[in-house]
Design a protein around this ligand. Sequence first.
Ligand SMILES: [Zn+2]
Length: 64
Amino acid sequence: MTAEKACRNCRKIVAEAEKCPSCDNNQFTTFWRGYVLILDPEKSEIAKKMGIQQTGKHALLLSR
Ligand SMILES: [Zn+2]
């Protein structure tokens, strides 16, 4: 079983990583809910709203 975790800085969801591949942050939380899959951050309204500049899965809500 793999516990996916979300980067506290940019909300990127990663399965197994010591550091976030997007922003190099090493603070993760496994307490997140919902996610958006960003395919094209340039054209995605939700990516703009959330301030996401990377493709991939990003958590909608982080709790602590
Ligand atoms: Zn990150």
